[in-house]
Design a protein around this ligand. Structure first.
Ligand SMILES: Cc1cc2nc3c(=O)[nH]c(=O)nc-3n(C[C@H](O)[C@H](O)[C@H](O)COP(=O)(O)OP(=O)(O)OC[C@H]3O[C@@H](n4cnc5c(N)ncnc54)[C@H](O)[C@@H]3O)c2cc1C
Length: 386
């Protein structure tokens, strides 16, 4: 296996040795059944890896974002898919940064111990799409409760979560000075809500990704489940995005190395016209090019992580890392498939599964156009387009 990683070696080896106990056969079976990798997620939880970003005082390991990203990278690099569980690592950040002391004490130790899964975050809505400020899910305060009505789409891992982070409007859009105001974040107790106004409809999708439509019909949420101040939810959401971008960039880097490893091995072994196909520059150079691009994306990922860990602004770097890494992993996926010829399409090689999985990162959680408009406007000072 290629090993370009000189940093965090102990951490890498520990995560890698756990991941290597879950073989391609395991992942193919889960993919085939459209199942959830329960044993894998449990093993990661029990080893404490998903509690990496929870401070030690709440029972987590208090690692840096660079270290947490290495965990995600190694998961994907092993041939697994961190999309089944990455929410557990970063969704709790909203409570950690903006929750009350009571909320932190109530939830964080149990999330760290794996007793509670907080894997799900419901932001996207079918009508608003990327334009989050136009969400129409609305929460009205009634005494000691909020009553919520609305619909979410693409709410991932909800069937395997005890807690969901929900973004809802609490002041109508036409009553706020700035469109980013008037939204609030709530903690939703998932099992408790299922018979009380929340309905979940799974979405079958290209990847084996557990994701859902969610309907809320007079769903009642205790007022104590509001995180931070009412109306500031969008701001809270944005503060969590840099961590998410860096972790997902690392997953893409992990995918990229997996594809390049797989492609270069196959190209060296597969003999056609009496020589290894990798002896042909038409096969070798695209693999080498993809490797160069994954390496470059990896640098930006570590730059963003080091800024984040030094508590410096890193919005541009986190977004650029995500863009570059998603592009690089997709290029590597395409090259890997091409290198395998027809066998790339056979499920037993795992290439077609990882190809589908890595493609998602160019769309979710944020698509390239949104990142480019952020860079164009916030970094380069060009006019706003929306
Ligand atoms: C498998 C999966 C899992 C997901 N998990 C979650 C989750 O857990 N929680 C959650 O809240 N969301 C989740 N999402 C939603 C995801 O974040 C959105 O799909 C994504 O942000 C794009 O939103 P949209 O699909 O509504 O696209 P749209 O907003 O409809 O946009 C469609 C395309 O047009 C582009 N576009 C739109 N407006 C402009 C413009 N002004 N200029 C240039 N381009 C533009 C977009 O970039 C996109 O490429 C998930 C999505 C998928 C597919």
């Amino acid at each position: 296996m290629l090993d370009h990683s000189h940093e965090h070696l102990d951490l890498r080896h520990a995560v890698r040795s756990l991941c290597n106990t879950f073989t391609g056969e395991y992942w193919r079976k889960i993919d085939d059944e459209r199942g959830y990798p329960e044993e894998f997620v449990r093993a990661l939880t029990e080893a404490g890896w998903l509690a990496a970003l929870i401070p030690e005082q709440y029972g987590g390991s208090g690692l840096s974002i660079a270290e947490a990203s290495v965990i995600m990278e190694e998961i994907n690099r092993s041939g697994a898919n961190a999309g089944s569980c990455h929410g557990q690592m970063y969704n709790m950040g909203t409570i950690l940064r903006h929750g009350s002391d009571e909320q932190k004490k109530k939830y964080l130790p149990r999330i760290a111990a794996g007793e509670l899964r907080m894997q799900s975050m419901a932001v996207t809505e079918p009508t608003a799409g990327t334009d989050t400020t136009k969400i129409s899910t609305f929460a009205v305060r009634k005494g000691d409760r909020y009553v919520v009505n609305g619909q979410k789409v693409w709410t991932s891992r909800l069937q395997h979560s005890d807690l969901m982070v929900l973004l809802a409007r609490t002041t109508p859009l036409d009553k706020v000075a700035k469109k980013s105001e008037g939204m609030s974040i709530f903690i939703v107790d998932v099992p408790n809500s299922m018979s009380k106004g929340m309905t979940v409809r799974p979405i079958r999708n290209m990847v084996n990704h557990e994701t859902n439509e969610v309907f809320m019909d007079n769903l009642e949420i205790p007022a104590e489940n509001l995180i931070g101040e009412e109306g500031k939810g969008f701001k809270y959401l944005l503060t969590g995005l840099n961590a998410e971008r860096i972790l997902i960039a690392a997953e893409c880097v992990g995918d990229g190395y997996w594809f390049i490893d797989k492609a270069s091995t196959y190209a060296s072994e597969r003999v056609v016209f009496d020589r290894p196909i990798g002896q042909n520059q038409g096969i070798q150079f695209p693999i080498a090019r993809a490797y160069v691009n994954v390496e470059a994306a990896n640098l930006m990922r570590f730059k963003a992580a080091s800024l984040f860990d030094a508590a410096k602004p890193c919005g541009a770097e986190a977004n650029m890392a995500k863009l570059l890494a998603a592009d690089a992993s997709w290029e590597a996926a395409n090259v890997c498939l091409q290198t395998h010829g027809g066998f790339g399409f056979a499920a037993e090689y795992d290439v077609e599964r990882k190809f589908r999985e890595t493609r998602l990162h160019s769309v979710a959680p944020v698509s390239p156009n949104m990142i480019l408009s952020f860079i164009g406007q916030k970094v380069l000072g060009m006019p706003r387009t929306f």
